[in-house]
Design a protein around this ligand. Structure first.
Ligand code: CUA
Length: 381
């Protein structure tokens, strides 16, 4: 039987590795006590190995989870997140101390009660009252310290910086992020989606609102959460002190595809950010390649242009993400898929397969139209 099932060790629980038929697997076997004991003994090392393998797999999985992308409130990369992380570690430290003190006192009391098998001392009642009063006093004092620290962090993280050269408006949609870079002049303003570039070392003000339901903006490495509420405008600020890509996630359940409402904050060195912003302000270059030109015709004549905008073309709808510089983004579908030709093709043809309930309908395009459209979209750098 053990040769038939080799779950865990080879990574697949309950995989059949011999050619035994299902009938053979389920055949009743002798269950004499001696047989059962020997079977249990021979199974024990397998069991241990399986537990070990499961633990190893969990550890690897956890390592993989934190590996590729930054998404952790415990690895702060800016002043806002550093304050929140400080509060978290403080709370953990105090809670650990209280736990050790409580369990230690309990163990000490039990040990003493076992040793002293006599009547309690005459002033026992008074001593107990004193001990309980002291514990309550310490608890209240600790809670006040927590409250004070919490308020101080809240104050420090909520106030917008006095001067910020960069304001970004973020609109939450089911299930993607619309991003406008504000500017006093219309030509300085530009729109993108699901990927925010910020300059390293500069405070950035984010003005948040929602189009449909309540969402929550959260980039754990950079700042705490803030809700996006329809009809209301809220402001937070964040600052990245280290260049890198930080993953964010909608942190308020907002419908079936809430989990697939990711975003990325790309923190660039200032010069690189300036180059990116200058390019992002430009309208899309007209395609020169004949296939891409045909792709643009497909884009403008089919349903695409009814929901998406590409600056420099007649397509100007903002019902879906702005695609002017789609090819410069690293993911599509709000962080759900990598921005590759294959993933883009699958997404265009049947978005409901990837994100059931998303507003984007399936698109029945002929293979040549689809190829041309993909070639056009790849020119939108
Ligand atoms: Cu948007 Cu959850």
């Amino acid at each position: 039987m053990q040769r038939v099932w080799s779950g865990g060790a080879d990574g697949a629980a309950g995989r059949v590795t011999s050619s035994a038929s299902p009938a053979a697997v389920h055949q009743p076997r002798s269950t004499s006590p001696s047989r059962l004991i020997s079977r249990a003994r021979s199974a024990a090392p397998h069991q241990q190995r399986r537990t070990g393998c499961t633990a190893l797999a969990c550890a690897l999985l956890l390592t993989a989870c934190r590996g590729a992308l930054n998404q952790s409130a415990l690895e702060p990369k800016g002043p806002q997140a550093a304050r929140t992380a400080g509060l978290w570690w403080f709370a953990l430290g105090v809670a650990a101390l209280v736990y050790v003190a409580t369990v230690g006192t309990l163990a000490w009391a039990l040990w003493r009660a076992r040793r002293r098998r006599t009547e309690p001392p005459p002033d026992g009642e008074r001593r107990m009252t004193r001990a309980v009063a002291t514990s309550i006093g310490v608890t209240v004092a600790l809670l006040l310290v927590f409250l004070g620290y919490d308020l101080a962090v809240g104050r420090a993280t909520s106030g917008a910086p006095v001067r910020s050269p960069l304001t970004i408006e973020v609109v939450g949609h089911q299930w993607w992020w619309e991003i406008h870079y504000a500017d006093p002049t219309p030509q300085g303003r530009f729109t993108t989606a699901n990927e925010i570039h910020v300059p390293v070392g500069q405070p950035v003000v984010l003005v948040l609102t929602a189009d449909d339901v309540i969402h929550s903006f959260w980039v754990p490495n950079l700042a705490g959460k803030k809700d996006l509420v329809p009809g209301r405008t809220q402001t937070i600020w964040l600052q990245a002190d280290t260049a890198g890509v930080y993953r964010g996630q909608c942190a308020e359940f907002c419908g079936y595809q809430h989990a697939k409402m990711g975003l990325r904050v790309v923190a660039d060195p200032p010069a690189e950010y300036a180059r990116w912003a200058a390019a992002a302000k430009q309208p899309a270059a007209a395609p020169t390649d004949p296939v891409a030109r045909r792709g643009q015709d497909v884009f403008l004549s089919r349903t695409c242009a009814m929901c998406h905008a590409v600056a420099g073309t007649p397509a100007g709808s903002h019902a879906g993400p702005d695609l002017t510089h789609l090819a410069s983004r690293s993911t599509i579908a709000a962080g759900t898929l990598p921005n590759t030709r294959g993933a883009l093709a699958g997404w265009i043809v049947d978005p409901q397969q990837v994100k059931p309930g998303a507003r984007m309908p399936p698109n029945a395009l002929s293979p040549s139209d689809l190829e041309a459209l993909l070639t056009y979209l790849e020119t939108l750098r």
